[in-house]
Design a protein around this ligand. Structure first.
Ligand SMILES: Cc1ncc(COP(=O)(O)O)c(C=O)c1O
Length: 359
């Protein structure tokens, strides 16, 4: 038997592994998971019924073209079917966008800190990450990002609202930035948390896409729509980007359960968005309470808050866990805490209160 192992691509060396939010501890008195920006509500009864019905046929492959979902999305966003592409979560679609645009020698720009999948999927593509630090206010520094564009730039992620800080870029600054980006560079507006935005100055990426052929919008059913476990997201993009997404799609990547649940969720949208409204109310309560306790909290338009705890980050996350909530620490930087059930938010706020007194 040969002693050598199969040759793998050099780019895979040193790739940071994606850290999923820690699950809530099993068996404890209370345990809430506030570490993955999920929707805390269980699936709506109607959506459950649809998925249960679809489960009776999972010996069959799903509809590869996602026909029903695509037509629902095309109507809703008033976009041609050919400008839509679904995938295994929006992170799956983001990876396809990199496959389609970027390889060794190319550059991909994104803010940092931002969604932790960006460095991973960029490195897998073989392209080079160009990270542009957030401003001191924890917001995308769009001027610096435009300055970072070179002849090698192929793709730029703008995460709006930004994960993990929850901060947003507004219409005027985004338009100014897009005016500066060459038209042959793809700008991906990652709007995973779009439904939680209440600031009217934050533009809807779909409106921007209509005017700009180099803009692609990413959306997901994982957050507001509560389908994180089913893995379905989508992109809206002009040709030839949309065609490239069709070429790079994993055949049958989106299960029939996910497709049917997404359609049912769009049809139950009033109820789902009512739940989002409650979470936004909780967000206001959480942020106001934190500020009242003396914390500096960047303005968040997502379903999570960011506390820059620096060296105390890990200790704070441990205190939360002890109290019954699991948060997402970024050691040395800060914690991201999902706005969840009222009881969970209360436990978090109690912990911040006692921690604040110790600081
Ligand atoms: C900014 C951002 N984009 C994309 C995703 C991926 O979501 P999904 O792949 O579940 O659609 C996430 C999930 O945390 C996110 O925070």
């Amino acid at each position: 038997m040969s002693e050598t192992s199969p040759k793998l691509r050099a780019e895979l060396e040193g790739i940071p592994t994606y850290k999923p939010g820690k699950p809530a501890a099993a068996g404890g008195p209370v345990a809430y998971k506030l570490s993955s920006n999920e929707n805390p509500y269980p699936p709506l009864p109607g959506v459950m019924e649809t998925v249960t019905a679809a489960a009776g046929a999972f010996n069959r492959y799903p509809d590869m073209a996602c026909t029903a979902l695509m037509s629902e999305l095309a109507d809703r966003f008033a976009v041609p079917l050919t400008h839509l592409s679904t995938g295994t979560g929006s992170v799956g679609v983001a990876q396809q966008l990199l496959q389609a645009t970027s390889g060794p020698g190319d550059e991909v720009i994104y803010a940092w800190r931002s969604f932790e999948a960006y460095p991973i999927i960029t490195q897998i593509s073989g392209a080079t990450s160009v990270r542009v630090p957030l401003t001191p206010g924890e917001v995308h520094d769009l001027d610096a990002m435009a300055d970072a564009v070179t002849d090698r730039t192929r793709l730029i992620f703008v995460c709006n609202p930004n994960n993990p800080t929850g901060t947003v870029v507004r219409r005027a600054e985004l338009e100014r930035f897009l005016d500066r980006v060459p038209s042959d560079v793809l700008v991906v507006l990652d709007e995973a948390y779009r439904e939680f935005i209440r600031d009217p100055e934050v533009p809807d990426g779909v409106e921007i896409y209509r005017e700009r052929p180099n803009v692609c919008v990413l959306r997901t059913f994982s957050k507001a729509y509560g389908l994180a476990g089913l893995r379905v997201g989508f992109a809206i993009a002009h040709e030839p980007v949309a065609a490239a997404l069709r070429k790079t799609a994993v055949p049958f990547g989106v299960s029939q359960l996910a497709q049917d649940a997404a359609v049912a969720s769009l049809r139950a949208e009033d109820e789902l968005l009512g739940r989002v409204g409650s979470l936004v109310g909780e967000r206001t309560r959480v942020v106001d309470t934190l500020r009242g306790q003396g914390w500096t909290v960047p303005e968040t338009q997502a379903n999570f808050v960011w506390l820059r705890l620096g060296e105390r980050t890990v200790e704070f996350a441990a205190a939360c866990e002890q109290a019954g909530v699991v948060v997402r620490p970024f050691p040395g930087e800060g914690v991201r805490v999902t706005v969840g059930e009222t009881e969970a938010n209360d436990i978090f706020l109690k912990t911040t209160e006692s921690f604040r007194k110790e600081l």
